[in-house]
Each structure stands twice: as C-alpha cells, then as structure tokens.
Design a protein around this ligand. Structure first.
Ligand SMILES: Nc1ncnc2c1ncn2[C@@H]1O[C@H](COP(=O)(O)OP(=O)(O)O)[C@@H](O)[C@H]1O
Ligand SMILES: [Mg+2]
Length: 303
C-alpha cells in the first residue's frame, strides 16, 4: 500500500439499525432511521448491526474484514457501495456521500461487490454474456464492452471458457466469473463478501490467486472472511465484534494478538494453532505470519 494513497471509502462514526428492528418501540412511530439510543434498540437487548464504526479504505490496499457470524461484516460491506446508508454517521466513497441518491451511480461505478453464493450472481447463459452484463447496463459502446469482458475473463483465468454455457462451470469457476463480472465494471475498488464460503479448497486457492494478482495490479480490495488463512497476503485487518471495530492493524500485528482470536469469535486454522503453541511453548524462530511456506521453512531449518 502506498503511504500517500487516497481514501476510497470512509465511514465516520457509522451506526446502522435495520429498519423494523426497532418497530413499535419509539413513541410517535419508530423507523429504522431513528438514532439507536432513541429507538430503544439497545435497551431492548437488540443491538444495532453497526455501532460507531469509523474506517478508511485507502487506494491500493487489500483490507481484510474479519468477524464471526452476525458481527456486521455484510452490513458494513453494503455501506461501501450504497446498498445501505448509515442510520447515524456518514459514509463517503471518493468523497461522495452515499446518502445522496444523485451519487449512487458514481459510487457503484467506483465500488463493485461480489457476494458469497456464486449461483445467485450468474445472469447470463454463456460465460462472456454473463461478464458483459454490468458494462452493458452502464451503456458502454460495444467495442469497449468486448475489450472489458476479454480483460476481465483473462484476469479471472476464464478466457478459455468464454463461449461455454455457465452451467458447465465448477463452483470455483462460477465465483471467478462473478469476480470477472465485477472487474468488467472496471471499478477501482472491489468488495468481496465471503466469496470463498461455497468453494472447495481448490476453488478457494484459485480465487485467492486472482485476488492476489489484482492487488498487485493496484486494485483496492476489501475481502470479508472468517478464515484466517485467507488474509495472509492482505495489507491490513479490521476485526468486527458485535457491530463494533474490536481491533485493526497489520497482519503480523493481528497474529501477535492471537490470544484474542477466541474472544473475537475467530477460528484459528490448524496451522495457526500450531504456530501459536510453538510460540508459547518453545524458543523456535518462527515467522511473523504463519503461512505454510514460512512455517515449513522455519521447521525445516531445525532438521
Ligand atoms: N436484513 C436484515 N434485517 C434485520 N437484521 C439483519 C438483517 N441482516 C442482518 N441483520 C442482523 O444484523 C447483524 C449483523 O449481520 P451481518 O452484517 O449479516 O453480519 P455478518 O455478515 O458478519 O454475519 C446481525 O445481528 C444480523 O442478525
Ligand atoms: Mg455476512
């Protein structure tokens, strides 16, 4: 990440209460737009989905958004391209408020989203038609669409399958097609909400490889996951617990706080557990981040 980089998305003290969560609790008629204190969402034991979240996504960074189920990851992600707008506080994308309807087109041209279920994101019957859906809706000239689709399918490793029916793709390929669709929109920022959730290990690896090369190419990426093994290449991590930011910092910094993983609701994969135990119980020289390669190198040096 460049140090002088621009801010792509910014949340300032954002609280979000789902409409209906507070219904019937506010004198004079509740609405989801009431401040949570006034709506009684807290006092009735129902917490806002996000509470006082302040966060900046910088141009070119790969940010990992972590947290257990229900911690508010998807709610936060949907703020980044104006699918949701703050109940309290402000969210801007390249300085444009997501609350102003006039900004929504520009915001969605800056931030595209990929969701967790690849099946729900495919609209075309042929691979290249599907990837063309976004740019066609943007009303671009045909030559531009063809070029973008070709580049997007190449980046997602699907160029060879461009003429194939979408139903013939594997789960991993379908999810890469969803990424290609988002890439064809040519937005500077890509937000992925648990994109590997439905994939097998092979599909996961393939998708992470695509993200890695997009990151190297300068794309701003926000990836949401609860799998620690998927964030090893990210620049920064943010941990959400019950709608609040519990921790943020570098990836080595996150692993230095591995004692808090349980409290944060993060499952440590076996490699991370081994790394943690070796760190606690031995003086072995261990890597800062427990990648498979770094751990293998460290342990092989002992032989
Ligand atoms: N459409 C919705 N209506 C009401 N509450 C919701 C809705 N979607 C999510 N929530 C609630 O908001 C909180 C945060 O959910 P979510 O952002 O989906 O978390 P995550 O993506 O981390 O699993 C949870 O308590 C969840 O039950
Ligand atoms: Mg979610």
């Amino acid at each position: 990440m460049k140090t002088d980089s621009k801010t792509v998305c910014e949340l300032r003290d954002v609280t979000y209460v789902y409409p209906g969560e507070a219904s019937g609790r506010v004198p004079g008629g509740a609405s989801g737009q009431e401040p949570p204190e006034a709506s009684g969402a807290v006092s009735t034991g129902r917490r806002p989905a996000l509470s006082g979240v302040t966060l900046r996504v910088q141009e070119g960074e790969w940010l990992a958004l972590l947290g257990s189920n229900g911690s508010g990851k998807s709610t936060l992600a949907k703020h980044l391209n104006a699918l949701l707008t703050p109940t309290q506080g402000d969210c801007t994308v390249f300085g444009l408020s997501t609350k102003d309807l006039n900004n929504v087109f520009a915001i969605r041209s800056a931030v595209s989203m990929v969701f967790q279920n690849p099946e729900n994101q495919i609209v075309g019957t042929v691979v290249e038609e599907d990837a063309a859906f976004g740019p066609e809706n943007q009303g671009l000239p045909t030559e531009e669409i063809v070029l973008r689709v070709e580049n997007a399918l190449r980046a997602a490793g699907l160029l060879a399958k461009r003429k194939k029916p979408t139903y013939t793709l594997s789960g991993g390929e379908k999810q890469r097609l969803a990424v290609a669709g988002a890439l064809a929109m040519d937005t500077p920022c890509l937000v992925l909400d648990e994109p590997t959730a439905m994939l097998d290990p092979q599909g996961r690896r393939e998708l992470l490889d695509v993200l890695r090369s997009l990151h190297e190419g300068g794309k701003t990426i926000v990836s949401i996951t609860h799998r620690l093994e998927e964030i090893l290449r990210c620049d920064r991590a943010v941990v959400l617990v019950e709608g609040r930011i519990a921790w943020e910092g570098s990836i080595p910094g996150l692993f230095a706080h591995s004692d808090s993983f349980r409290k944060w609701g993060l499952d440590a994969p076996p490699l991370v557990s081994l790394w943690k135990e070796l760190r606690a119980e031995t003086d072995l020289p261990l890597p800062e981040i427990p990648t498979l390669t770094a751990m293998t190198d460290s342990l092989c040096r002992l032989l």
